[in-house]
Design a protein around this ligand. Sequence first.
Ligand code: CUO
Length: 649
Amino acid sequence: ADKIFLSKQREVLKLLNKVHEPNRFKDQADLGRSYDPTQHLSKYKNALPVKTLVKQYTSGRLLPRGQIFTLFNDRQREQMITIFESLFYAEDWDTFYRTACYVRDRVNEGQFVYALSVAVLHREDTRGMVLPPAYEVYPHLFVNSDVIHAAYRAKMRQEPARVRMNFTGTVRNPEQRVAYLGEDVGINSHHSHWHMDFPFWWKQDEYGVKKDRQGELFYYMHHQLIARLDLERLSNDLPFVKPLYWEDKIEDGFYPQTTYRVGGEFPARPDNFEFQDLQDIKVKDMVDYTRRIREAISQQSVITRWGQNLPLNDTMGINILGSLVEPSQESPNPQYYGALHNYGHILLGQITDPKGKFDMPPGVMEHFETATRDPAFFRLHKYIDNLFKLHKDMLPPYAREELEFPGVAIQDVTVDDLVTYFEDFDIDLLNALDDTLELKDVEIKARVRRLNHRPFTFSITVNSNQEQMAAVRIFLGPKFDWFGQEIPINEKRLYVIELDKFVAKVNKGATVIQRKSSESSVAIPDRETTKILVRRVDDALQGKATYTVNKDVRHCGYPERLLLPKGKRDGMPFSLFVILTDFDKEKVNDLPWDYDYGGSISYCGTVSGHKYPDSKPMGFPFDRQINSDNFFRSNIYQKDVVITFKDSE
Ligand code: CUO
């Protein structure tokens, strides 16, 4: 059975290989050419999308190949959804595979990759399939123009090359000090992947795959992204990110130095630019949406499209608010509350050519693969995060019963020295280069600098009056602010980053819980490079090696090597928090809560269709206001730790 699965895996990797080249593999190209979906309509659970697709294709209405695809363009997205649904509704693997071969050489590459990836992530028969890392499928979106140009030169000369990639900007731009995070290929892969797991266009009821707490995950994952950048900024003597506002100038410009495969350079934004009206999105609308959302928050009630009131005054209010702000298909009233977040991305993406006078391509903010490169990304999301904070601040602080774990006390927490460093990492650029020139592939790689840390292990000594299951949450927060002042706990809580969340058994008496950084449930390890993956699959298919298929493999998760902020050379103090609560009280379903099950639960939830496994609000207990006298108790432990940065290991 594994062999059949592996051969399917192999076919998916072939489909995604050099997507810009038609007829890449003869067998797939022939299959695609001869397949006529309209002759097999009974093979689709819903045949309407595939019928529409064929019609649009034959009448030449689809986005042409070679053009830039962005999810934020309504028309392009609608087409992509039609492609996705054609793939998703295919009743069996055979129909799915034929449909994929059919579309691969016919539709726009960007639309194809996106639709195929989301389909693979959500079909039952492809569960456990490994997708190539995004930065290998689309290197252009992850590396700088310089690197691409150098790669072309190397290919022309037929010489293997390793091109050093520098971060954008100069020392005269202080924002550049944290470019290593915003431009990290791992962050960008994580972010773009999260949005494939939780697409804002997902139709839960139609697809029959529920996205549990999607709105809250939207809030929490992005909240953590900003908090993590803030700790990174602090490590580099920069103040915390300031939110932007629709009517204010955006002080810092951004020059992405990144280029599209076809279509030119990504547009740049000079300093002190203002938001501009677009043809169908006006700055004033954004102000109105914001006012209505603020009203809903202060009244703790949202007006639905049918005029009903939907209360926000409980733990799940954040889920509604998240869906309304992003917005996802679950938004209770998109007409009235608009699309604050998505429009924010579009306004920033088109800010330098708002009227389309110069036919500039979309900006970095219009792709999830490139958005975090722009410092304005974090400012937009901070602005949105502050709306979520406003809502959370309307809720009462956690009561004693919600915080305590009677009979359980944390005696001590120790951890190894926390050390971070920079390392080199090579990205395979093969997919970036055309084969149309009669030139053979040579090995061409981009070498980037990236942050990493030494592995570390927590030892948590717990005393309990009985044997029971404990939910363990570990957070790291700043100790001092940019001015060197100790940050009070009620402010610190806004900047804490989640390092881990897991369940552990505590015995009666003393227990030492050991937990390694590599086990963290917020993170995933480096993705396997396509070349090695392909080789492993081929070897297994030929019986030369074994390959274990992991049905629960997850692609979603923060890069494990970025678990810790950089810290400083002389050591930088941080506050570590460990919180134990009664897991039996917050357990949601009977999934084995071991993190092998789907992995990376905290920022990404479980495999699709399953419930988030605990009922506490995400970010608990730091998501609500904290009254310090009332907060600390025997199951909530705090201590100082130091992170030391070494230039290299
Ligand atoms: Cu992830 Cu704005 O939601 O980029």
